[in-house]
Design a protein around this ligand. Structure first.
Ligand SMILES: *Cc1c(COP(=O)(O)O)cnc(C)c1O
Length: 374
């Protein structure tokens, strides 16, 4: 069994995907070809934003979003402590300072109470200027944008939604990638909408930000002459071949994959509920299940079940084994485990089980039987 079975998806979508790739090769339109523009339009429409800009990766999408708002040295950017490194490395890459915030113990997303405390303490110390909140839609579940927007308004902060895992999620019918001032996602193959290589996108409703990101992704070119560069940019465009792969994948995602993965998650929860801690989806929230992450009472129980799954050839993953404050890249910042109690508890108790839209019911039943020791 595979953790994410991309082969089953390919077998289902093979004809369209192969045709799309072949068309790109035949046309030799490799850089910013028509499929990129088509895909950007489809994606913007799907999430309900005015603009979508296809870029080289989810990490680049975050860097470009920060650059578009002129975030740099001296600026504090608040980031949840429990996430993939890119949510914070993007901050360091533009020269700003990531400030880690503990998570909500039930949703694993940024905790609004801790966020407010960290903003206050940064303001009090006076060394950095609070500028941005990067809120992550972890494991497919949107963060609490109601509470986050309130705080952002109070302290005049920009909200960047890191929806690398959140694509397809919703709050009260409103789609992920439409929250906050600007949103980003990733098309890394294992994400909810994955390509066959690296890719990402930025979403904005602001025409000026849109133009700036289109310039920054192509070396900082000007609108009138691509060899007249108005600022220092990057080489970070979504490949045409990747866009051609993503168009049929987006169709499948809309038509049946998102529903299928929700049925899988429901079956997991029904079978596991009461025996382990199953994922919490607050009222009105909808997840795209980038991960199905359960929790145990202690690390020993987690390790025991992980081993039993492995003995039965069932892969499982620990997302994440450490908080950002525990990463070597971020040591020497005077950060202590007791500032991130919920993150530290999560690192010791979480376990992500195989989930993807092509997982079969009998496979879910097998996995849950092994977890429950039946
Ligand atoms: C995967 C991921 C990213 C980065 O995406 P890449 O395309 O791999 O650069 C950023 N944030 C989160 C939360 C992610 O899971």
């Amino acid at each position: 069994m595979q953790f994410k079975d991309l082969t089953r998806q390919y077998n289902t979508l093979k004809t369209e995907i192969n045709r799309g790739i072949e068309d790109v090769i035949t046309s030799s339109d490799f850089i910013l070809g028509k499929p990129v523009w088509d895909f950007e339009n489809l994606l913007a429409e799907y999430v309900g934003r005015k603009h979508c800009i296809g870029v080289g990766s989810g990490t680049d999408a975050l860097v470009l979003a920060l650059r578009a708002y002129d975030i740099g040295p001296g600026d504090a950017v608040f980031v949840p402590d429990f996430t993939y490194i890119a949510s914070a490395s993007c901050v360091a890459l533009v020269g700003a300072t990531p400030v880690f915030v503990d998570i909500d113990p039930d949703t694993f997303n940024i905790c609004p109470v801790s966020l407010k405390e960290r903003i206050e303490s940064i303001k009090k110390s006076g060394e950095l200027e609070p500028k941005v909140i990067i809120s992550v839609d972890l494991f497919g579940l949107p963060a609490d944008y109601g509470a986050i927007s309130e705080i952002a308004k109070q302290y005049k902060l920009i909200v960047i939604e890191d929806a690398a895992q959140g694509f397809g999620g919703k709050i009260a019918g409103k789609a992920a990638c439409s929250f906050g001032d600007i949103s980003t996602t990733s098309f890394f193959p294992a994400k909810p909408l994955g390509s066959y290589g690296d890719g990402g996108a930025v979403f904005t409703d602001d025409d000026i930000i849109d133009r700036r990101i289109r310039s920054l992704r192509a070396g900082g070119k000007s609108d009138y002459d691509k060899y007249d560069n108005i600022e220092i940019g990057y080489n970070s465009r979504l490949d045409t071949i990747q866009a051609a792969v993503l168009i049929p994948k987006l169709n499948a995602f809309k038509e049946f994959e998102l529903d299928a993965i929700n049925r899988i998650a429901e079956r997991y929860t029904k079978r596991l509920n009461g025996n382990v801690i199953t994922p919490y989806v607050p009222e009105g929230f909808f997840s795209s299940w980038a991960q199905y992450t359960i929790r145990f009472k202690c690390i020993n129980e987690r390790e025991h079940i992980k081993k039993r799954l492995k003995e039965n050839n069932i892969p499982s993953m620990i997302y994440y084994p450490r908080g950002l404050h525990q990463q070597k890249a971020f040591v020497n910042r005077n950060l202590h485990d007791d500032m991130f109690k919920n993150t530290v508890a999560a690192t010791k108790t979480v376990l992500s089980l195989p989930i993807h839209p092509y997982l079969q019911e009998d496979e879910v039943d097998l996995i849950t039987s092994v977890v429950l020791g039946e």
